[in-house]
Ligand binder design. Sequence first.
Ligand code: F0G
Length: 449
Amino acid sequence: MSKSQAYQKCINPNCGAEFECTEAFFKCPKCGDLLDINYNWDKINPPKKMSDFAKRWSTRNNRLDFSGVWRFRELLNFCDDNFKVSLGEGQTLLQQNDMLAEFIGMKKGRLHLQYEGLNPSGSFKDNGMTAAFSHAKMINAKSCACASTGNTSAAVALYAAHCGMKCTVFIGSGRIAFGKLSQAMDYGAKTIQILGDFDDCMKQVQAVCTELGLYLLNSLNPFRLEGQKTIMYRIIEGLNWNVPDWIVVPGGNLGNSSAFGKAFAELKQLGLINKIPRLAIINASGADTLTELVNKRGLKWNGGKVDEKIYTDFYAELAAKNFSPHTCASAIEISRPVNLKKCLRAIDVCNGVVRAVPDSAITDAKALIGKFGLGCEPASAATIAGLEVLLAEKIIAPDQTVACVLTGHCLKDANVTVNYHKDKAGRFSNPPVECANDLKQIIKLMNQN
Ligand code: F0G
């Protein structure tokens, strides 16, 4: 076993190959499976209790203590401080939302919204990018790339610009919200629109990175997921260092769910928490691979010995049908999630459940989060739509503590929002009213209900 503080390890128990963190792979070079970052905790000396991290609030003028990722740095200790990149990510809020709780039938004080839209590029991706770009700097990478449904490209473009790295992003033509596309262009990334969907882009970018030796920033990159663990640390922090009963997260490429499961497994191993919350992963019905595989075809982690035939058969069926996923939540419009196996592990660790919700439920939930909370983009609202399903099924009880991860900012996809309200498309549509440029008529309109 590696003697370093941190090392890379293949998650496949039949392989288990190990590599130092000074190398960059996006797949195990021995067997092609996913890689994890593992730690020799005895060399790291993590705090004895989670609340010890609170001492860093008083030293916020240190850039690493200011970062909502790096103030937990002992829990993702894979590189020296001088390589660590930060744009002030992770200054995000856990909002207790009693109005929304009451509206969906939960007890006061039990529903919390973790608004990751407050990050510098407007989504949770910055948590992962600060970690992966630190690794990129550590190994002196000069040029990077990613495939994206939008937020990854925005975050990669921003951090690459900050690090002075060349950056290319691959997006499915017509499948990206304008807010996100505008960011990639504005931050100076070379933006390549592939005539295909996210899964096509994901395949191409891996080939491009292999051929041209570029640094890959999709969540196949294990360092990215280390940064995304900190979303869970901040939820615990927001609950005054308590663990919730449930975490609810949208599922796309399944990086977040994978990272959250790893975070809790490590915290439990270190004795920093005494219980592991349950995890609910919510797909959009138009991109429900995980729901299909787990709930209908019985796919399981099985100690790492995943029955690969179950998902390869399913993917072959998709290919035979020429299937391409479709949902208004374009961020999670993915049918071949690259972190599937790690997500199965997270479901195992967290006694997780998976559900799919239709677009109409997503846009209604989004309007409720806007009306009662901080707003979010469509994919993020799948959490509340999923929570409503799980409350109705009595899997989640109204008095349990629930934290929903609102992954992206409400301005990311203004088109979906405007169309929902303007076209009176849902239960909570709030259309604008046109009026003549005339005071009398304006007053008349104002006096109506
Ligand atoms: N929510 C938002 C707003 C996202 O942008 C994404 C993924 C997800 C949820 C799903 O997260 O992949 O960890 O399961 N967006 C990626 C992208 C795929 O390219 O921006 P996941």
